[in-house]
Design a protein around this ligand. Structure first.
Ligand SMILES: [Zn+2]
Length: 305
């Protein structure tokens, strides 16, 4: 069976396409603004497209109306996306096709382990289910990871090594039938022609799994820029799970200045209360990934791969 995706030329020959891909599990907070802003600035600097994708593949964790709140916050911060918003719940057929391709080509097995059993399994070793021909009914679909992707050259972090993750099998579809993040994100990034992924460093370890899928689909992987995380007073990264305060849209200019500082760019004081368009214009002309990479404190809190 052939790859479900068309053969594609290398990214060097195509237009820059970036994206911001929040899950609708709650409103945006400062940490998500840093990721949105970094990816927005890259797309604008590269004269490319900036897409917005709502990653609504996990209904139990979603919050009603969060997608509307996210869009409102982006608009109020001047972060206007190109094209229609992409919703992952519309991509199920594509995920199924991709899954079928991997299954037919022998890259998957069915697993009936509980989460606890999976975690108890030694790292880098498949569970016993890998040797059994279990029924797909009530099983998770797991990728038999033989690709062994070891490293990337991240534009912000430099060379990152994934010795550990490169040997892990990982779930493509959960027991409850929901598609896993790793599969959905790669399938949608390929479908949208994304050439560069700019996101928070908390997702860095997942990159190894995603690269394995790019390989199996015979698609060129995007370039990667992993950005610093914003830490709360409790020393944990800001996240919806940690109840990070939602962004106050009334303070959009000040929020942008704070996010830019995390990215290594100090905004001159005369712009502190300027309209968001002026601050973004300044940032498009003055920010670079190198500023983030060179900011000595930016990655103090990065989660190591
Ligand atoms: Zn298992």
């Amino acid at each position: 069976m052939l790859s479900p995706f068309d053969a594609r030329r290398s990214h060097q020959e195509t237009q820059y396409v970036g994206r911001f891909a929040p899950s609708p599990s709650g409103p945006l907070h400062l940490g998500s603004l840093v990721a949105a802003l970094g990816s927005y600035l890259r797309a604008r600097q590269m004269d490319g497209k900036w897409l917005l994708r709502i990653e609504d593949i996990d209904p139990p964790r979603e919050q009603a109306n969060a997608d509307e709140l996210i869009k409102e916050t982006l608009v109020r911060h001047g972060l206007l996306w190109d094209e229609d918003v992409i919703y992952q719940h519309n991509s199920h057929e594509r995920y199924e096709q991709a899954l079928k391709y991997l299954r037919v080509n022998g890259h998957c097995y069915f697993c009936q382990c509980t989460r606890k059993q999976r975690l108890a399994n030694p790292k880098g070793q498949p569970c016993a289910c890998a040797q059994l021909a279990l029924s797909p009914q009530g099983s998770a679909t797991v990728l038999r990871n033989t690709v062994a992707v070891h490293e990337i050259d991240d534009l912000a972090l430099g060379r990152v090594s994934f010795e550990e993750q490169s040997k892990d099998d990982f779930i493509l579809r959960r027991k409850d039938g929901l598609y896993a993040y790793q599969l959905a994100v790669v399938v949608d990034d390929i479908a949208s022609g994304v050439t560069e992924v700019v996101r928070g460093a908390d997702i860095l370890p997942a990159t190894a799994y995603q690269l394995a899928l790019y390989n199996l689909f015979a698609q060129p992987a995007p370039a990667y820029v992993h950005l610093p995380l914003v830490m709360g007073d409790n020393g944990q990264k800001l996240s919806k799970q940690n109840h990070a305060p939602p962004l106050n849209n009334e303070l959009a200019s000040s929020n942008l200045c704070t996010a830019l500082e995390t990215l290594g760019l100090r905004v001159p004081s005369h712009l502190n209360n300027a309209p968001v368009t002026d601050i973004l214009d300044f940032a498009v002309h003055n920010w670079s990934v190198a500023l983030t990479a060179d900011n000595p404190h930016a990655f103090d809190n990065r989660i190591d791969a």
